[in-house]
Write a protein that binds this ligand. Structure first.
Ligand code: HEC
Length: 473
């Protein structure tokens, strides 16, 4: 009994202390806004003519004027509307869950304390951007308990390593042993696409779903710290490792491609735009040259033609497109997939495009004749997420939800081989620069390697999550 009273007393003092503690607008209130309000009160939607994207605009209010009365939460619509029992609530009852009670309390306390802005913060600053700047990426654990999904992988230019996109890191594994050699901490939670530039820098597109997206260039050969035989690189704070950030976006960047001549980098993602950078003068001098936008939904795949004149894109809007980069417009729309298109790749001749997607087909179509279909190849028993072309031979590899990779003869447009080994969805597939290896990875966090030509069954399948062994099969 005595103990219980003491505990109660301790709780009471802790609570009163918490109430006295100044509430920080940017750290405590802005996240509540972002989570519960901005979907309808951003600069585009402005429901009730109320734009909450900056502190200044937040204080200004909407059609009915100021919604925050400093010092008086009970007179502030901004607070009243989130705790009210009446029909008119925010978010509107039919549109979303109520703001959690502890968060509503924070909002009330902030208003009670005068609805102040943190010292040093510009009232005109974009709040989402400010929150992003303050966010600190976690440090990946020495050993994981759960597999990290593999969304992207790429062989190192010498073919001796395989770079895999993990959770807030990139990991490098020896080929073909599958031994972890390097871990590169990244700000991005996930890497969705990886590509090496001619000089050896690695371009990575990724992000944190619904929060932020980026394209960055890394030097994986920068000096690091050896820990138990693994080289640790800090791709968050070490400028020798993270050479340059090319893009800072509000949501994930999902695809990326380097032109065959190595001079141009293209990336696209959730903001539906594709950006192009001139990377011919090296990673540090990379500059944005163009932004094209005409898809109605996320851009999931990009490819650049050998002559550098055209861009092909795949999107969640069920279309693939080809763009004339000089005219800055889309010139062909290919509608045949009638389902999400995940991947595109230019045929080496630059007049035809391969695309694949939710319809489980690998399709070849022509730029001429308004995107006329040439041939469609079935066989996969599930969505096709990625297409990779062999570096020298007329061979394509596709990664699928049916847990296989398929190889196709692109000269005859015929099936070649089905590669097995993965035990779950395969999201990523890549050839080594000499074409001797194919690697694939996916949902289960595993990576499989096949020697080419030859192996139908994986030469090796390993867990690409540090500290986690692959489940015995
Ligand atoms: C799903 C969309 C949606 C969400 C989410 C949403 N609102 Fe609204 N909000 C509206 C609409 C629509 C209106 C205009 C109709 C009205 O005033 O009831 C509005 C109006 C308001 C107004 C009145 C503005 C004025 O001057 O009349 C306030 C205050 C407000 N919202 C606060 C909030 C807060 C705070 C949140 C987050 C906790 C929030 N809203 C989340 C849709 C939304």
């Amino acid at each position: 009994m005595r103990l219980a009273i003491l505990t109660l007393l301790a709780l009471a003092t802790a609570e009163s202390r918490a109430a006295d503690k100044p509430v920080s607008f940017i750290n405590d209130v802005a996240p509540v806004l972002k989570e519960n309000c901005l979907a309808c009160h951003d600069a585009k939607k402005r429901n009730g003519k109320y734009d909450m994207t900056t502190f200044e605009k937040l204080l200004l209010g909407g059609v009915n004027g100021e919604a925050i009365v400093p010092g008086k939460p009970e007179e502030s619509d901004f607070h009243d509307l989130i705790v009210t029992a009446e029909e008119r609530r925010m978010p509107p009852r039919d549109k979303g869950e109520a703001v959690p009670a502890d968060k509503a309390k924070v909002v009330a306390e902030w208003i009670r304390q005068g609805a102040k802005l943190d010292a040093g913060l510009d009232p005109k600053a974009d709040l989402v951007r400010e929150l992003r700047l303050r966010w600190v990426p976690p440090t990946p654990p020495a050993a994981y308990k759960y597999p990290a999904i593999v969304n992207a992988l790429a062989f190192t230019p010498d073919g001796k390593g395989l770079v895999v996109g993990g959770h807030h890191e990139l990991t490098v594994w020896s080929v073909p042993e599958g031994v972890l050699t390097k871990r590169v901490r990244t700000r991005a939670e996930r890497a969705y696409a990886l590509a090496f530039l001619p000089g050896g820098a690695l371009a990575v597109a990724g992000g944190r779903p619904g929060q932020e997206g980026d394209v960055r260039l890394y030097d994986l050969n920068a000096p690091g710290q050896a820990v138990a035989g693994v080289t640790m690189l800090d791709g968050v704070g070490d400028p020798k490792v993270m050479l340059k950030q090319l893009l800072d976006a509000d949501d994930s960047v999902l695809c990326l491609a380097v032109s065959p001549d190595g001079k141009t980098l293209a990336a696209g993602g959730c903001d539906r735009a594709v950006r192009l950078w001139d990377v011919s003068a090296g990673p540090l001098a990379a500059t944005l040259t163009q932004t094209v936008e005409n898809h109605a939904d996320w851009v999931l795949g990009v490819s650049l033609s050998a002559d550098g004149k055209s861009l092909a894109t795949a999107a969640r809007d069920k279309t693939a497109k080809v763009w004339d980069l000089k005219a800055k417009e889309s010139v062909v729309t290919y509608p045949e997939h009638q389902n999400t298109v995940y991947a595109v790749a230019f045929h080496p001749d630059g007049t035809q495009v391969y695309s694949a997607g939710g319809d489980a087909q690998l399709r070849l179509w022509k730029l001429g004749g308004e995107g006329k279909g040439v041939k469609s190849l079935g066989g996969h028993g599930g969505e096709v997420f990625r297409v990779a072309l062999h570096p020298t031979k007329p061979v394509a590899a596709t990664a699928s939800a049916d847990k296989t990779v398929r190889l196709w003869d692109t000269a005859k447009m015929a099936a070649l081989q089905t590669l097995t080994g993965p035990s779950d969805y395969v999201y990523a597939v890549a050839f080594s620069a000499d074409g001797a290896w194919v690697a694939a990875g996916g949902y289960g966090g595993e990576v499989s390697l096949w020697k080419q030509p030859g192996d139908a069954k994986a030469f090796k399948t390993f867990s690409a999550t540090p500290g986690l062994a692959v489940a015995a099969k």
